[in-house]
Design a protein around this ligand. Structure first.
Ligand code: GCB
Length: 592
């Protein structure tokens, strides 16, 4: 029998997880002294995991006549950073294991400055050495981390080595099974950052909860031991707010202001600078309010229907992870073309390029940690890992007004352990950021034949602000009745978003609209029509997110003709062709 206390005691007693604390800098993209270390890196594939015992991190060269070394970073494989390794070398397509990356960079060890490495995302585990010294480790493929280099950096040429491991783990998040290609590697940008001893580590500049005329937040400095002067300026609003931190480098503020509110039709952004005498970070920030009232989601006080779509962080045409501004533009222009004002960045925090661009384009965002089916909730380590991922996600994106919902999980089965972990995560999310909504996606709505009604019994659904429902009617579950006769009484006291629905269809494949096994565009088109009819009977429906925008790669899709390693639920094919169902969705959104 699961019991509560030991779970949490054990969580505190767990020493095996190597997770870093929240001391990384926000927003390297807005920092003047951040140098991208992107480009070609040397690499060694270490399938049997010998590299650490052979001390690859020393990058040793033979000394004298009798010495030799049985590895070398130079003269071998070269990999693009950012980039997943699975798509860069054919032999690495299905690879799970260690890959070692190495490159040199030149640095100046400026007096009274501190130096860091900032990794925007490495999947799944990373260990980092500089000049042979270990500078840190991190677990979790979709959130940033930073390493302090102060003790290891030298003036001149520095030797940087990263060991990446993408092997699935039973105690991982995600764990052993998931329906997407979980590319491994240094997936996102890498920065070398040089900052003054006392510098801006963190800031929040958003509207005060429930207020449209008060900008509130805080500034947190790093390295300060005495009060410091700080300025928050927003030129366009004539704001130049002088502040003084406490001895720990922290100051909170509230500023009276009347910013133009951000909304999908007018995504107004303001240039914001947070500075000290020696340091500054710049950002583009928007202001809006988000709340629920009964069944409604209110954006700036007005009810909004979320016209959404899901997508993975993948460029199907390139068969790899999306990682650049250009990739974000490709995906998000297709989101816009569909008529959306909302996206669910499934199933993990996607790169900052995507989140920032969506916000600039006026797209609202549901952002989620990768707590997907099959998580080992009874293992106390899971709560710790999930908390860290949640903290890292919120830490990175708390200034993104486009993000309106933090999601804590997707399709997890109720149990005492799971209920406890998830309700803890809901509470932590509210504690970290009380200005947004907390959601989760549930796949356990049940049909009651006697009343023709769908219900949901789940403690976690009671704890969240917005309930997401994933229901594949017409695909994994046949429609139990004509769609217009099906009733829904799910989470009736709050907004419901249909976070997933859809079915597979191969672009260009045709057949009768009532035969699922033909994988035809017609079947998919009809399935969408039927779902939209049924949606009229969901009184608290406040948003829809078809699954999914593009066909995406998945190792668990085995049908040789219709799938061949692809999940074909895309409204758009892997080659960018729009399927018939695309037009049904587009029409539905035109009428909302
Ligand atoms: C789901 C999952 C999603 C899958 C999808 C499917 O419920 O949340 O990750 O890809 O179903 O296609 O089966």
């Amino acid at each position: 029998m699961p019991v509560k206390t030991p779970l949490f005691l054990a969580a505190f007693l767990c020493f095996t997880v190597n997770l870093m604390s929240q001391t990384f800098m926000m927003n390297p993209y807005g920092c003047k002294n951040a140098t991208l270390l992107n480009g070609k890196w040397n690499a060694i594939i270490d399938q049997f995991g010998r590299g650490e015992s052979m001390k690859f991190y020393q990058n040793r060269k033979p000394q004298g006549k009798t010495d030799f070394v049985e590895y070398s970073f130079s003269g071998g494989l070269r990999l693009d950073v950012p980039g997943d390794f699975n798509s860069q070398v054919p032999e690495l397509k299905y690879y799970e294991g260690n890959v070692w990356y190495q490159r040199y960079f030149t640095a100046e060890k400026t007096k009274d400055h501190r130096q860091f490495l900032y990794f925007a995302g490495v999947s799944y585990e990373a260990a980092v050495w500089l000049n042979g010294k270990e500078v840190g480790r991190h677990e979790g493929g979709f959130t940033p981390f930073q390493m302090d280099l102060s003790d290891a950096l030298v003036d001149g040429e520095n030797d940087l080595i990263v060991m990446v491991n993408n092997r699935r783990r039973v105690d991982g998040i995600p764990a052993m099974n998931f329906d997407w290609w979980n590319y491994g590697g240094i997936l996102r940008d890498v920065f070398y950052v040089d900052r003054p001893q006392v510098h801006v580590r963190d800031y929040k500049v958003q509207l005060k909860k429930g207020h449209r005329d008060t900008i509130a937040g805080y500034v947190q400095l790093d390295g300060s031991t005495s009060p410091q002067n700080v300025e928050v300026s927003i030129g366009e609003l004539n704001i130049k707010q002088a502040l003084t931190t406490d001895a720990n480098g922290h100051v909170s503020f509230e500023i009276e202001a009347k910013p133009q509110l951000w909304e999908p039709a007018a995504p107004k952004m303001y240039h914001v600078e947070v500075s000290t005498a020696e340091d500054s970070l710049a950002d583009e920030i928007a202001f809006r309010t988000i709340e629920t009232k009964g069944n409604d989601i209110l954006l700036n006080g007005k009810p909004i229907f979320l016209k959404g779509v899901n997508f993975h962080e993948e460029i199907p045409q390139r068969l790899g992870r999306a990682n650049s501004d250009a990739d974000a533009a490709m995906i998000l222009s297709e989101v816009k073309a569909l008529g959306c004002n909302f996206v669910r960045t499934a199933h993990y925090p996607q790169n900052e390029h995507t989140v920032r661009m969506a916000e600039k384009m006026g797209i609202l965002i549901w952002e989620e940690i990768p707590l997907w089916q099959g998580i080992e909730f009874s293992n106390p380590v899971i709560l710790k890992k999930a908390e860290t991922m949640l903290r890292e996600m919120i830490y990175r994106d708390k200034n993104r007004a486009g993000i309106i919902i933090w999601s804590i999980a997707n399709e997890t089965s109720p149990s005492e352990y799971r209920d406890q972990v998830l309700t803890d995560l809901v509470a932590l999310t509210h504690e970290l950021d009380d200005s947004r909504l907390v959601g989760a996606a549930f796949d356990n709505v049940r049909y009651d034949k006697a009343t023709s009604t769908f219900h949901l019994k789940d403690k976690v659904s009671e704890a969240v602000d917005v309930v997401g429902v994933n229901k594949y009617l017409g695909w994994y579950f046949p429609f139990p009745l004509e769609p217009e006769k099906i009733k829904w009484e799910v989470a009736t006291d709050k907004p419901l978003i249909m976070t997933e629905f859809g079915c597979e269809a191969l672009y260009g494949q045709h057949g009768p609209a009532d035969v699922a096994s033909n994988w035809s565009e017609e079947y998919q088109e009809e399935l969408y029509r039927k779902n939209y009819i049924m949606f009229q009977n969901i009184p608290n429906l406040r948003g829809t997110c078809p699954w999914v925008l593009f066909d995406f790669r998945s190792p668990t899709r085995y049908h040789p003709l219709n799938q061949d390693g692809w999940n074909r639920k895309g409204l758009v094919s892997d080659k960018g062709q729009r399927k018939k169902a695309w037009w049904v969705v587009r029409k539905f959104y035109e009428t909302r």
